[in-house]
Design a protein around this ligand. Structure first.
Ligand SMILES: Cc1cc2nc3c(=O)[nH]c(=O)nc-3n(C[C@H](O)[C@H](O)[C@H](O)COP(=O)(O)O)c2cc1C
Length: 207
């Protein structure tokens, strides 16, 4: 029998670590979204959180194209997704396309941190969403040139991810067994020793 949404939400929760922000531990990326819409007030809050991310030169290179259910923008973002993502993401009431300006506005030179800073802003967005009881699922699986064409995105803007935003749905509502299996599998992460280093080939001592 497939687990319920509430059971999966528990299963996906990262193990408690004293002092780590609860939203960080509780955020995960579902593929099943319920039919409940996101209020304009909550939508505004997630972008407010993104707004306050740090960025190189305070450039704030991020731009978000946001489409709510049944809007032309939602349809256009959806149409750029690869088939696998189309098999689940259409149920999300909000689809967001993240792009970043790759030139500094103060002098026109390349901003090689543009995607880094878009990613930081998007992380804030996902955590704020989690704090509001919302869920996000980022996707790289979309056709960037189709998205550029669909929205007239200028060449000096680079693409980040498409973000599905909404409330968690029942895993059983997903369209196939593969999606249900992914929805109910445990989340895994590298150990700290594998990415916190004191030199290139040595883990940092953290205690
Ligand atoms: C930049 C980026 C691109 C991703 N692309 C896809 C995607 O195209 N399709 C998909 O189903 N999940 C995608 N994911 C979701 C990741 O697989 C997921 O975040 C990862 O497995 C960790 O799971 P968690 O977010 O539940 O912690 C993407 C995530 C990120 C951050």
């Amino acid at each position: 029998m497939t687990l319920s949404a509430a059971e999966v939400n528990k299963l996906k929760h990262a193990p408690a670590v004293e002092g780590v922000l609860p939203v960080v531990l509780g955020r995960w990326s579902p593929r099943s979204f319920s039919s409940r819409d996101v209020s304009p007030a909550n939508l505004r809050k997630v972008f407010e959180a993104a707004r306050w991310a740090a960025s190189a030169y305070n450039e704030q290179p991020w731009r978000y194209i946001v489409g709510t259910r049944n809007s032309l923008t939602h349809k256009k973002i959806f149409s750029t997704l690869i088939g696998f993502n189309q098999s689940w993401a259409g149920a999300a009431p909000v689809l967001i396309l993240g792009v970043a300006s790759t030139k500094f506005s103060h002098n026109g030179t390349d901003n090689i941190y543009a995607l880094h800073d878009l990613g930081a802003a998007s992380s804030y967005l996902t955590l704020q969403a989690s704090a509001l009881g919302l869920f996000t699922h980022q996707m790289a699986g979309f056709d960037q040139s189709a998205a550029r064409k669909a929205f007239g995105v200028p060449d000096d803007y680079a693409f980040g991810s498409v973000i599905a935003l909404g409330y968690q749905g029942e895993p059983a509502a997903l369209s196939n067994e593969q999606l249900i299996a992914l929805e109910t599998e445990l989340r895994t992460r590298k150990a700290l020793k594998d990415f916190v280093l004191s030199s290139w080939d040595a883990a940092a001592e953290l205690e």
